[in-house]
Design a protein around this ligand. Structure first.
Ligand SMILES: Nc1ncnc2c1ncn2[C@@H]1O[C@H](COP(=O)(O)OP(=O)(O)OP(=O)(O)O)[C@@H](O)[C@H]1O
Length: 322
């Protein structure tokens, strides 16, 4: 596998702020990498180091074997422009043609428009597009030059669910057609839908870098859902790492338990004689993995209150940490 981008011991400071802190990272050709992290984790700064908009304070960044500032390496890079960078009086088709002309091997305007659901908008001025339509155009432009590497910084922010799903499908098809993609997102669902490899950042550092499956698997918890009128007693069973009530139902609340050993917990539950129904067990989600991996998750857990006996009637989910 060839390397498209490489960061070696890269630190980027803005005054006193260390936005990227001693990061070493390799982006291999053919991969689909999700960059995940809480606000201010350094994701955008990392992207701007790869696309050459920023230079590292220390360390080295290479893009296709060259400096990211070298125009030859940027020829093979696709990224989304800021929405405000779209010329408002140019039509969608004209903008795609304009950007496409910068590349030797480009996707035809009609094909790209079709792929990103822009066909009926080709004749419309970009200034007259909705926010979601501008977003789709911005992402489509990242792919027009058949780039080897595409950097998508929060590609679906502001899109509704249908719009998000349609864009993910288009990005997946472009990836299958050969594009290597790095995508940052606040939506865990987006990373789960797109990424094969997940890099988790926090405080400028990479705190996890593995396959999506392995990241989720790192969280040694399983989720057990059931309904019970005895919320407090079931939540207090040995082996429960965390419990949340959904507050549904008048007499038997929905309860979500997290445990390292779900089999053992179920044995304890049966042995306790406590009433329960609708038992379901599944593995952790990316969200649970993320909360476990990041400080925000630790803060979130420590803020959580204990399950009280009256939690069954609470209108919102209650989370506990034990
Ligand atoms: N131009 C800048 N000048 C000063 N500080 C900056 C600059 N750009 C980023 N920072 C700081 O660097 C840190 C990382 O910011 P960055 O935008 O890379 O994070 P992020 O993970 O993309 O966050 P978000 O998810 O909120 O977009 C933050 O503390 C931010 O305030």
């Amino acid at each position: 596998m060839s390397t498209l981008a490489q960061l070696h011991r890269v630190t980027r400071r803005f005054g006193d702020v260390v936005a990227v802190d001693d990061v070493t990272l390799t982006i291999e050709a053919g991969s689909m990498v999700g960059l995940l992290g809480p606000n201010g984790a350094g994701k955008t700064s990392l992207i701007s180091l790869i696309n050459g908009l920023r230079r590292p304070t220390t360390g080295t960044v290479t893009l296709l074997g060259r400096s990211p500032q070298d125009v030859r390496s940027r020829q093979s890079l696709g990224s989304t422009p800021q929405e405000t960078a779209l010329p408002p009086t140019l039509k969608v088709g004209e903008v795609i043609d304009f950007v496409g002309r910068h590349f030797e091997d480009r996707q035809p305007t009609e094909a790209l428009a079709e792929e990103f659901g822009l066909t009926t908008l080709l004749g419309r001025q970009t200034g007259a597009l909705s926010g979601g339509q501008k977003r789709r155009l911005s992402v489509a432009l990242a792919f027009v030059g058949r780039p080897k590497l595409v950097l998508l910084d929060e590609p679906t922010t502001g899109l509704d669910i249908d719009g998000r799903h349609a864009l993910w499908a288009a990005v997946r098809r472009q990836h299958e057609a050969g594009a290597t993609v790095v995508v940052t997102s606040h939506y865990l669902e987006e990373i789960e839908a797109l990424a094969e490899r997940v890099v988790v950042m926090e405080g400028g550092r990479v705190i996890a870098d593995d396959s999506l499956q392995a990241i989720v698997g790192q969280v040694g918890v399983r989720q057990i859902r059931l309904r019970t009128p005895e919320v407090a007693a079931v939540s207090a069973l040995p082996g429960v790492a965390r419990a949340e009530t959904a507050g549904e139902g008048a007499d038997a609340a929905g309860l979500v338990l997290y445990a390292a050993d779900s089999d053992q917990l179920i044995r304890e539950l049966v042995r306790s004689g406590l009433p329960f129904a609708d038992l379901a067990v599944r593995g952790a989600t990316l969200e649970e993995a993320f909360l476990t991996l990041t400080d925000s998750g630790r803060a979130h857990s420590s803020r959580a209150a204990s399950v009280e006996a009256d939690a069954a009637s609470a209108p919102y989910a209650t989370e506990v940490s034990r």
